[in-house]
Design a protein around this ligand. Structure first.
Ligand SMILES: C[S@@+](CC[C@H](N)C(=O)[O-])C[C@H]1O[C@@H](n2cnc3c(N)ncnc32)[C@H](O)[C@@H]1O
Length: 199
């Protein structure tokens, strides 16, 4: 089944309002069987966690959220209670293991997105994906990566120069996906997701 259909079945807005699943299908369809570990920050009612579990039959799906009531559980699902705005919490709660894919669909605050990227980018496998969803919320994450695309330098006031240099040295490529393209798809909202490929 296509990722969008699975996403609709489990009621994640990645498959409806945000319209991100068709680009993820393009990225991940050939990796379905080989992906073995995913982390998603922001579980809410577990829709996307269950979607990933069904789409990647051999993967353990780690979900993390600030709120214990969103503690999704089940076969091949592991939940971590975390505040992604806190380095201490991220270091303590997220296993120090390598993930094929990390998705940040948590608070969408730019300072949280950068803190989480700084703490967790090292945990993406070489050639793996780090995705920051909904970068239309706020401007700094978008600005910093647009700048990176223009002049190959990653710099943001939200991280130290040393952190920026480390992240920059680990990026293979950067793609922005816009869910609404004239003549292609008209859906609610105007969502953007940022896809980093690790070196
Ligand atoms: C957009 S919802 C996630 C939707 C889910 N990924 C899906 O597609 O079905 C955002 C989630 O982020 C969580 N969240 C908000 N602030 C957070 C933080 N500081 N740390 C971790 N999770 C947070 C919220 O509790 C909420 O469950």
């Amino acid at each position: 089944m296509l990722l969008t259909e699975i996403g609709k079945k489990y009621n994640t807005d990645k498959a409806t309002y945000h319209n991100f699943t068709w680009i993820y299908e393009k990225l991940f369809s050939e990796l379905k069987d080989s992906v073995n570990k995913i982390l998603e920050i922001g579980t809410y009612r577990g829709g996307s966690i269950r979607m990933w579990r069904e789409y990647f039959p051999n993967a353990i799906i780690h979900g993390a959220d600030l709120k214990p009531e969103y503690g999704v559980s089940g076969e091949r699902i592991v939940f971590h209670l975390v505040d992604q705005g806190s380095r201490v919490s991220l270091e303590a709660s997220i296993p120090n293991e390598e993930f094929d894919i990390i998705i940040d669909d948590g608070s969408h605050q730019n300072d949280h997105q950068m803190t989480t990227l700084s703490c967790l980018f090292d945990r993406v496998k070489s050639g793996g994906f780090y995705i920051i969803e909904d970068v239309h919320a706020g401007t700094e994450t978008r600005r910093a990566f647009c700048r990176f695309l223009m002049d190959n330098e990653f710099k943001t006031e939200l991280l130290s120069d040393g952190e920026c240099e480390r992240i920059q040295s680990e990026i293979n490529d950067v793609t922005f996906f816009f869910n609404r393209c004239p003549g292609i798809s008209i859906v609610n909202g105007d969502s953007k997701t940022l896809i980093l490929r690790k070196r």
